[in-house]
Design a protein around this ligand. Structure first.
Ligand code: ZN
Length: 461
């Protein structure tokens, strides 16, 4: 619930990276939050004579940025971290599907809590969850995930996924882990009806998100695109992740992944895809022409030896690129700072220096461009008057960061900075590194129990 419009929170004396269109920064500035939105931001102290100030924060030694936005994740994988650690994508999937196919409502709820808590503690204020495993009789998984997001207090997009191409149809998942085409579509529409909020300050949105070309039929891909457009929601899937996927698409469909997506209605400014590692110049041009977005997940791509996405080329072409942690079965840390740092460093490997990303480009990917990818750039992703007050205060005056040349460089190149305060729509959810909304020690215990239960159920067959 937003605070009454007249009540103000004033933040003074901090460095500010607004990530607005001009990349405006203030070495020492102020932010005023009123009614859950940013009322003013600028250099020097807050304007005098503001009425109804309920809280004043002296933020000297801090950097204020927009809250980070995570554009790709699979919360349920919280329960299967640290397994199949030496596998590539396809054999990693085949190793883990038997576990994933046994998840239930309680497991999903706890896994979502764990995922959300770690994201929030690391300065993420908006995240998505791409959930595509709905075993028969598993209960209301979407409802459980949304409940966890509401309780943690993050802004959230549930990408309601699906799989209908199992082993018997040449896909990768086992037969018992998939839904029927009609069943998946009906359940996705139900989820949108139950949870999607199109309003400016929405906390919960839903996207349509069949899993990947190698686990979804052509019919489900095509009909998912039609469903999303009929209901006015966004589309998400995995694309061009590995060389094996490219070979698979050539063999099965006679074309490259991007051409296959184009043929099924899957390029457009209402679509974003995870990974996009194996992209030709023509693929990048097609994404740029259509406004299709990308969720760049450098740690997961490294963990599964998928390759290095051509992020500088994507950005140069004008493709919106956000950052994603991906599921924690392929990125055990589950927090987003590592992705900022890895996006910066990994893209310098194997690329000409002139193509390197810089710290400010990476901060933009982690905030404004992430918001664009989720279709929310009008509301979040930069610190500008009128936008929702999703704001993070990073502590920059400790041993870890105090001597790094400037605070944005310190944030991206340095160690993960402590989060002193994180606000979502003006509501504080983190204080001095601790979550205010849920008991993280209880979440740690509960997730451990559910991970053990999943392992036990799977072992019993
Ligand atoms: Zn993924």
């Amino acid at each position: 619930m937003a605070a009454p419009e007249t009540q103000r929170i004033v933040i003074d004396n901090c460095a500010i990276a607004t990530v607005d269109a001009d990349d405006t920064e203030h070495a020492c500035g102020h932010l005023v939050i009123a009614g859950g939105r940013i009322e003013s931001v600028g250099a020097g102290p807050a304007p005098a004579g503001l009425g109804d100030v309920v809280r004043r924060i002296d933020a000297r030694g801090h950097l204020a940025t927009p809250g980070l936005v995570n554009t790709h994740h699979h919360f349920y994988q919280w329960l299967t971290r640290g397994l199949a650690t030496d596998h590539h994508l396809f054999d990693w999937l085949v190793a883990l599907y038997p576990l994933w196919a046994r998840i239930d409502e309680r497991m999903c709820y706890r896994a979502a809590q764990g995922s959300l808590a770690v994201l929030a503690k690391g300065g993420v204020t908006t995240t998505m969850d791409h959930h595509y495993v709905y075993p028969r009789g598993c209960g209301d998984l979407s409802g459980a995930i949304v409940r966890a997001a509401r309780e943690t207090g993050l802004r959230f997009t549930l990408a309601r996924g699906s799989m209908d191409r199992s082993e018997k149809d040449g896909g990768l998942p086992p037969d018992f882990a998939v839904e029927s085409l009609d069943g998946a579509l009906a359940a996705t529409e139900e989820t949108i009806t139950a949870h999607h909020d199109a309003s400016f300050d929405a906390m919960i949105q839903v996207a349509v998100a069949p899993c990947s070309p190698f686990s979804v039929s052509t019919g489900l891909l095509r009909e998912s695109a039609e469903l999303a457009r009929r209901l006015g929601v966004r589309l998400h899937t995995h694309g061009s992740e590995t060389a094996e996927e490219e070979k698979y698409c050539q063999q099965l469909f006679g074309m490259r992944p991007t051409d296959y997506f184009a043929s099924t209605g899957w390029l457009g400014d209402d679509v974003w895809m995870a990974h996009c590692v194996h992209m030709s110049d023509a693929d990048i041009a097609a994404f740029a022409r259509t406004g299709t977005g990308v969720a760049h997940c450098p740690s997961s791509n490294a963990r599964l030896a998928a390759g290095i996405a051509r992020v500088p080329d994507l950005l140069k072409a004008g493709v919106p690129v956000g950052l994603g942690v991906d599921g924690t079965a392929s990125n055990e840390s589950g927090e987003l700072h590592t992705e900022l740092r890895n996006a910066l460093l990994v893209n310098r490997l194997g690329a000409h220096r002139a193509k390197a990303l810089n710290a400010r480009q990476v901060l933009r990917m982690a905030t404004y461009d992430g918001a664009r990818v989720l279709g929310r750039a009008g509301q979040i992703g930069s610190l500008e008057p009128g936008k929702l007050a999703d704001v993070v205060l990073w502590r920059m005056d400790t041993l870890a960061h105090a001597c790094i040349a400037d605070p944005v460089t310190a944030l991206v190149f340095g160690a993960a900075a402590p989060v002193t305060a994180s606000f979502v729509g003006g509501r504080q959810i983190v204080e001095d590194g601790r979550l205010l909304t849920v008991d993280e020690d209880a979440v740690a215990r509960a997730t451990r129990e559910e991970a053990r239960r999943l392992a036990r159920i799977t072992a019993e067959g």
